[in-house]
Design a protein around this ligand. Structure first.
Ligand code: SAH
Ligand code: MG
Length: 213
């Protein structure tokens, strides 16, 4: 998203990662799993350090990388993360157990569209929601998260600039055209949401921070 020179400079000034972090990043690269990039995850971690959300809900666990990093940033947080893919769910559970974090991070195996409704039925609330799953469903994920959000809660959405494609005027792409249109519509909808103040930052693949008024 940022120009290469800036990206390299910022990467060189990030905190040093622990060994297990590097291992998970390697696993993600090998298996082509779209975990948050270094600048994006460090930004998210800093937000978590600053806000200390007691309960965090993540939509899209993948292999558990971002959940473990949020726990690293604020170990007192109770994290719930949802993953629908069978293999990734197993990998997340395994990676979280390896770090002995199973008491702080609960992985739910299922489709977030169903699981968010279940969490609401169980009267669960969260101080922070991190949306990082199927890009075409962001509006639904957001709408289903609002009833779960505690006072002063905030919602973070990842990949809202999607490689910068959302800025292209006549974007044509056999695989991504529909998804990009959905993300563009989501960003417009977010920007005009009457109950939230949103800022979008060109960090990583684009991060939106939405604060409930
Ligand atoms: N947050 C992770 C990366 C998530 S990648 C990290 O940064 O480490 C997105 C994940 O969302 C994928 O593993 C995909 O299987 C999952 N996903 C997509 N749509 C979903 C849905 N509707 N419900 C649950 N998980 C979903
Ligand atoms: Mg992402």
């Amino acid at each position: 998203m940022m120009e290469e020179q800036a990206t390299n400079y910022l990467i060189n000034h990030l905190p040093e990662s622990k060994e297990w972090v590097k291992e998970l990043e390697k696993q993600a690269t090998l298996d082509k799993i779209p975990i948050m990039d270094p600048i994006g995850i460090n930004f998210l971690m800093q937000l978590i350090r600053l806000n200390k959300p007691k309960r965090i809900l993540e939509i899209g666990a993948a292999i558990g990388y971002s959940a473990l990093r949020m726990n690293e940033a604020y170990p007192d947080a109770e994290i719930v993360t949802i993953e629908r893919d069978d293999v990734r769910y197993e990998q997340a559970v395994e990676n979280i157990s390896k770090q002995n974090k199973q008491d702080s991070i609960r992985v739910i195996h299922g489709d977030a569209l169903d699981e968010l409704t279940t969490l609401q039925a169980n009267h669960e609330t969260f101080n922070c929601v991190f949306i990082d799953a199927a890009k075409g469903q962001y509006k639904r994920f957001f709408e289903l998260s609002v009833p779960l959000l505690a006072n002063n809660g905030f919602i973070i959405s990842d990949n809202v600039l999607f490689r910068g494609y959302v800025m292209e005027e006549n974007f044509e792409h056999p695989r991504y055209k529909k998804m990009v249109e959905k993300i563009k519509a989501y960003n417009e909808w977010l920007a005009n949401h009457p109950s939230f103040i949103t800022t979008i930052l060109p960090i990583g693949d684009g991060v939106a921070i939405s604060y409930r008024k």
